[in-house]
Design a protein around this ligand. Structure first.
Ligand code: ADP
Ligand code: MG
Length: 396
């Protein structure tokens, strides 16, 4: 049995038209001789009746504080509704299909409600139904604990379900269907004529996803990389060949640009302009104890600086207050990351980045680089402009 996993995101399953197109992709794979496992997200985006966000409101409108177990149970319904609607769409077209919850599909997780980690997959049930010639439609983004509670996997969770199932079922391919033709050099919502990347290595896509390229979730591509499952990112709405993600060697200097908004910059200085070598330890320890994750850290003799999520900025300030430091908080910042596995061998890229931003009067607040990434922090109000000028500078 040759298995293929096809995941359809929220926009793909939201409308009759989207579901028809999704069904056509499934039927094409069946006709090519594959046994097909379909993973679906909840139908639609913010404001639409069965979207994740709308379900959350059902409970939060009664009382803001909702128990995390109950919230997961509620939210999981979105994907379950999708499975039945999708299975029914396939049945109508003459293909036997069965809808399964994450738990019924054998997705076992820990008990970390809202951000659960997959700890194992028992593929027995899926394999049995595939063996009976059915298309198996699995609810993405969810699993079940050893104790039988339904959990959800956090943002981008359906991508994770798809690659985890692909690995467990030793699928020939995991296809992530979405509303764009593939992975582009930069978010097409900002640069509509961004080029499609036909092939990407696991290393390139993992870095792009980690740096905020929303098209696939970091955890999902990490699983694909570790288990060496080939992944294709394609559009539900076109016949474009999409992007193939596999092992292999990248030859590009710069692959693309990713970005993240909703960040805040924290600058910590000593009252007399000096910090002891123990001060950075105190700062980072305090934040770690409160589960605030930091990024773009920089430590020098007079200053410690880093970024946190915008929503944690106030709390970060409060936590550092008792130490008596001079703390400056800059809200509404955004990070732009230039990613390329070949850039380590090419000098002068940093200069071009800094010069380009300077020439266009984009205020550079902080930079951090690794072997394959240069990240720049700018004001959120300047992020689109920053992406545009770097996109043109590097001919992406
Ligand atoms: P889905 O609901 O199918 O999971 P997502 O909204 O999670 O869809 O992901 C698709 C979106 O990712 C696209 O509409 C696009 O705006 C965004 N995106 C961000 N960066 C990129 C990129 N480099 N290439 C393609 N799409 C990107
Ligand atoms: Mg997604």
């Amino acid at each position: 049995m040759q298995i293929i996993v096809q995941k359809f995101g929220g926009t793909s399953v939201a409308t009759d038209e989207g579901r028809s197109r999704a069904a056509a992709k499934v039927i094409k794979a069946i006709e090519e001789g594959y046994s097909v496992v379909v993973v679906v997200s909840a139908m639609g985006r913010k404001g639409e009746p069965y979207a994740t966000d709308s379900l959350i409101h059902l409970a939060k409108d009664i009382e803001k504080q909702v128990d995390s177990r109950e919230l997961d149970l509620l939210v999981s319904c979105g994907e379950i509704i999708s499975t039945v609607v999708m299975a029914q769409t396939l049945e109508k077209r003459g293909h036997a299909a069965i809808a399964l919850t994450g738990g019924q599909a054998g997705v076992l997780t820990d008990q970390n409600f809202g951000e659960a980690q997959i700890i194992g997959i028992n593929p027995e049930n899926i394999l049995r139904h595939l063996g009976e010639g059915k298309v198996v439609v699995v609810a993405g983004f969810q699993g079940i604990t050893a104790g039988g509670d339904i959990t959800t996997l956090g943002r981008g969770g359906s991508d994770t379900t798809a690659t985890a199932l692909g690995a467990a079922l030793e699928a020939k391919m995991v296809e992530i269907y979405t509303d764009v033709d593939g992975v582009m050099t930069v978010d097409p919502r900002i640069i509509p004529d961004a080029k499609i990347l036909r092939e990407l290595t696991y290393q390139e896509i993992c870095e792009m996803a980690n740096q905020g390229a929303k098209v696939v979730h970091p955890r999902a591509v990490a699983i694909a990389r570790d288990k060496k499952v080939p992944v294709k990112v394609k559009s539900t709405f076109s016949d474009d060949g999409g992007t193939l993600i596999h092992e292999g060697k990248a030859s590009r200097i710069i692959t693309g640009i990713a970005h993240q908004t909703g960040l805040g910059l924290v600058l910590v200085k000593g009252k007399n302009g000096q910090l002891t070598s123990e001060d950075p330890v105190k700062v980072f320890k305090k934040l770690a104890e409160s589960s605030i994750s930091v990024d773009m850290n920089s430590v020098s003799t007079g200053q410690v600086s880093f970024i946190v999520k915008q929503e944690s900025l106030g709390k970060t300030g409060d936590l550092l207050l008792p130490f008596g430091y001079d703390v400056e908080l800059l809200p509404h910042t955004a990070k732009i990351a230039l990613i390329g596995t070949g850039m380590q061998d090419v000098p002068g890229i940093m200069v071009r980045v800094v010069e380009t931003l300077h020439k266009h009067r984009i205020r550079l607040l902080q930079t951090v680089d690794s072997e394959i990434t240069i990240s720049c922090l700018v004001l959120e109000s300047q992020i689109s402009e920053a992406i545009k000028v770097l996109y043109h500078e590097f001919g992406l």
